[in-house]
Design a protein around this ligand. Structure first.
Ligand SMILES: [Zn+2]
Length: 234
């Protein structure tokens, strides 16, 4: 099995090397290695609920949570010019903290550190202490609750970049929450290759061009190493 993982990592590196418009899509699974519980993973909030168990308590406080090797690998993609856009379902702020440019990121479910203007949709960091935006709109928490609609601008940009992508890499999402889960559909329709790195099953497993059931930490850092080699950087 080890050799098989190796050749799949090599394939992903090769595809990233060739890709003209790589888009990455992340879900809770990328942050579990930072100590944040996910939803559908083996120990996820919903998996445990379905078995009548309470959510597993967070092993760390929010203040001590740091981006992990998965987040850092995506930042490296950005540095190599191999990240056209990043779509995330996470609200944990770890992508921005790890150094992803805000221009390249859509946060479909908001961000626990940011407030959103109810009038124009702009977001500002909570730490700025503002209550209203220049436009007069009130600032409210940006995190999207169940049943609430997703931020229009982030959603629109996500669809737009998914349609442009020629390589769509899902990292740590079970792809069951719509409309977020519609992104890989858009990418496939546009002719993109679909890669899924997720420990649990997804509804897209049958149509994925490359599938990793291994942990993100086992896959992404090594992929980046190979990619750099292909680019002549190591
Ligand atoms: Zn505003």
């Amino acid at each position: 099995m080890k050799d098989d993982l190796d050749s799949r990592i090599q394939t992903l590196a090769q595809w990233l090397y060739e890709a003209r418009y790589p888009v990455v899509f992340t879900g809770a699974g990328i942050s579990t290695a930072s100590g944040i519980p996910d939803f559908r993973g083996p120990d996820g909030v919903w998996t445990r609920r379905d078995s009548g168990l309470p959510p597993k308590p967070m092993t760390r406080s929010w203040d001590s949570i740091e981006p992990n090797s998965g987040h850092l690998a995506i930042v490296e993609l950005q540095k190599l010019g191999k990240l056209k856009y990043l779509i995330s379902q996470n609200v944990d702020n770890l992508h921005l903290r790890s150094g992803i440019s805000p221009d390249l990121l859509a946060e479909l479910h908001g961000n626990r550190n940011r407030l959103r203007c109810v009038r124009c949709g702009d977001t500002v960091d909570r730490s700025e202490g503002q209550t209203h935006r220049g436009c007069g709109g009130e600032l409210v928490p940006s995190v999207v609750d169940f049943g609430q609609s997703l931020p229009e601008r982030d959603l629109m940009l996500s669809f737009e970049h998914s349609r442009k992508s020629d390589l769509f890499v899902v990292v740590g999402s079970s792809l069951v929450v719509t409309p977020a889960a519609d992104m890989p559909k858009e990418a496939l329709r546009a002719g993109a290759k679909l890669v899924i790195i997720n420990q649990g099953e997804t509804p897209f497993d049958g149509v994925a061009d490359l599938r990793f059931h291994e942990s993100i930490g086992e896959v992404l850092p090594k992929t980046l190493k190979r990619l750099k080699k292909l680019m002549g950087l190591s």
